[in-house]
Design a protein around this ligand. Sequence first.
Ligand code: NDP
Length: 327
Amino acid sequence: MKQRVVKLTDFGGSENMVIFEADIPEPKVDQIIVKNNAIGLNYLDTYFRTGLYPWPNEDDLKIPGSEGVGNVYAVGSNVKDFREGDRVSYVTPVGAYAEYAVVNALHAVKINVDVKDHDVVASTLKGLTTHYLLHLTIKLNNNMTALVHAAAGGVGQLMGQWGSEIGATMIGTAGGPDKVDAAKKAGYHHVIDYKSEDFVKEVMKITNNKKCDVVYDSVAKDVFPGSMDCLKPRGLWVLFGQASGPITDFNLASLSAKGSLFVTRPTLFTYIANREEYNDASHQLYSRIADGRLNIAIHKTMPLEEVVAAHNELEGRQTKGAIVFTL
Ligand code: NDP
């Protein structure tokens, strides 16, 4: 049987993604095949598309995409946790932009709470990321002040709401007035328009020169010296993305010069390396959506055929919240 997928013809621009007819694959022993109902767009997808991140398998057919929701269609011989028909969400480095996605069973979970498909794919990869950033990379608490860049983005809007629930003072940066409004609605106590204001000066004013305990930096190249300047001595710089480009020239000695700073470059997949961690993080996320503690911001829903336009919007800084693909 055949299915529609998005095929990456070569690493590079968004125009290298085309709709393609492919066979529905068989699962390997530890995999499941999920018939997608909806698919989420993540900035991560652009890094694999351009070749910034190495493609994680040797398959000739390169299908991008990192999260989806749907029903289990086929189960590998070693998989005990799922049966055909189960409603599941999943995250994966690549492979989600398809009617039928091949998924490592470790990174799927049954959804037992009342959360709509579109909210699931607008929040799973971004929300699991938010969970580890706030609870595991550092245990954020109500005595701490955190700075989050791209606060109106998909991850950014979850960070604001969840960080405020913890009781931390949440400061966000966002590009332009509309995004500043969106970030304020997403729980940030202070939002700086970093297109028109010097965010380091503003952080100094907001904190009475005390600065922040932690900076969550997913923008990298364009902001990183400033990110470090916003940290208290012995503060933690969490560099978890590079929307403006990677940092290629970094002098480790600047960590001592700027106050014995710590730095980490985490990735979600290290924080969901076993079933217990994955289940716990998913439960923390979906229960918050179901009981209304987290509001999921969907920027737009688009048919998967519009994948090129969707990538262009995301990389063009035009989105507030998540883009969801329908099939
Ligand atoms: P977003 O919705 O946050 O989109 C990216 C945002 O980055 C833009 O909207 C824009 O917001 C900001 N940005 C700043 N400079 C640029 C630039 N030059 N080009 C494009 N965007 C820019 O995306 P996601 O929510 O999907 O992901 C947020 C970040 O988190 C990404 O960097 C992603 O890689 C990272 N991530 C990391 C994970 C990990 O485990 N390490 C897991 C998941 C996500 P503005 O206009 O307000 O500046």
